[in-house]
Design a protein around this ligand. Structure first.
Ligand code: AMP
Ligand code: MG
Length: 398
């Protein structure tokens, strides 16, 4: 039995980031930046007015109310060269370039203009209502870093800084295979068979990790069938995730098949659920062999596969957000030397985190997984009492 940290390190060592390519910002949402990106321009690129009003020299307003000569008007986008001198003011709109000679803007509500002259009713300090060039970003500033996720905000920042395309990692293609003689896809369920849950949940986990899920169907517990589908999947994908067949049952063929067509490291990890795990490689493509029990498969994915896929996708941040929460009930456990991951619901009723069990904790009980938004981490030998603080991994599913 090995420690979770050792298993996680072995998985991360096996995977490398995908190749990168240049994309248009409009195609970038959800992609991972593959190189540091620098601003082509400052934002704002010149001093602009922050409101509708009058631009003038702040010094001219010291004895307000004062009457200044009105020189015309500057709209946003005005490309003319405006200059004002002492005793002069110019009407200016939000976003309008501040004329040479002006160093403050007075809100239009604090003025009375008639087109020829304008009364400025209040004194203003230099810089008032002006957004100076480069206030947000300066030319050459880093506007995205290697490993950043392209969010709507990040994309907007890049666009504002004059960046039109960005190098991103190719979205990893992840093949998904369920194994088990008992599995069927609906709608008809023959006697003795069960519906395949894992291909659906694992594909959703893959998509949620920003990767492309490719369905390779159900393989029966048959060595040659399994070998041929694994071969096809590893040839066309960046990684393959299988479920089932990694325990010690009579028909658990995953290790044997992986060993025959590639390499495999069989692991028993000190966690509950999801103890068995097979880490394989076929023609250089990593294969993650998860246990078949549906909850075990999902927890195993969270702890081992998701960080690997994020690394392949180029992410800098591989971990889920971890918080400390107050236990809303007792969390009991056996002292079995494993880290227990309890499907749980975390809430913030009064600004502080509270966590309770999401329901039945069997590794086959998807009901609790469906209700969960977090995993409580019980890493000591004893459980946790109501009111005590516990570490929690947020799943962010809702
Ligand atoms: P295994 O890891 O193959 O020994 O499977 C462990 C348990 O999980 C068995 O009860 C299987 O029937 C069940 N199981 C395996 N794969 C799936 C699947 N894709 N969907 C639902 N249950 C599964
Ligand atoms: Mg099986």
């Amino acid at each position: 039995v090995i420690a979770l940290g050792d298993a996680q390190r072995a998985v991360l060592e096996l995977v490398v980031p995908t190749r990168h390519h240049e994309v248009d910002l409009n195609d970038g949402l959800g992609s991972i930046v593959a190189a540091d990106i620098h601003a082509r321009d400052s934002v704002p690129p010149f001093d602009v007015s922050a409101m509708d009003g009058y631009a003038m020299r702040a010094a001219d307003t010291i004895n307000a109310p004062v009457t200044l000569r009105e020189l015309g008007s500057v709209a946003a986008g005005d490309a003319r060269e405006h200059t004002i001198g002492s005793g002069e003011a110019i009407r200016i709109m939000t976003g309008g370039p501040v004329p040479t000679g002006a160093n403050a803007v007075v809100l239009v509500e604090r003025t009375r203009g008639d087109g020829r002259s304008v009364v400025i009713e209040i004194p203003v300090a230099p810089g008032t209502a002006i957004r100076p060039m480069g206030e947000d970003v300066r030319t050459g500033d880093t506007v995205a870093r290697t490993g950043d996720l392209l969010t709507p905000g990040r994309l907007g920042l890049l666009a504002s800084a004059g960046v039109a395309t960005v190098p991103v990692r190719r979205r990893p293609k992840v093949g998904i295979i369920s194994t088990g003689d008992e599995l069927v896809d609906g709608p008809i369920r023959p006697e003795g068979k069960i519906y395949d849950a894992n291909r659906v949940s694992v594909a959703a986990l893959v998509a949620e990790a920003g990767c492309m899920a490719i369905d390779f169907g159900i393989s029966t517990d048959d060595e040659s069938r399994l070998a041929s589908v694994l071969q096809r999947a590893t040839e066309s994908c960046d990684a393959v995730v299988t479920t089932g067949g990694v325990s010690v049952g009579d028909f658990d063929y995953m290790h044997r098949v992986l060993d025959r067509i590639g390499d495999v490291e069989t692991m028993q990890i000190a966690i509950k659920p999801a103890k068995p795990f097979a880490l394989g490689a076929v023609i250089g493509t990593p294969v993650f062999g998860l246990p078949g029990n549906p909850v075990a498969a999902m927890v195993s994915f969270e702890l081992l596969v998701r960080p690997a896929l994020l690394k392949m996708a180029g992410h800098a941040q591989l971990d889920r957000l971890r918080i400390t929460a107050e236990a809303a009930e007792d969390f009991d456990r056996r002292a079995d030397g494993k880290i227990h991951f309890v499907r749980a619901v975390a809430t913030q009723p009064a600004g502080r985190w509270l966590v309770r069990s999401a329901g039945g904790q069997g590794s086959h009980q998807l009901s609790a997984m469906a209700a969960a938004n977090a995993l409580v981490v019980l890493d000591g030998p004893d459980g946790v009492h109501e009111g005590e603080q516990v570490p929690v991994m947020l799943l962010n599913w809702r």
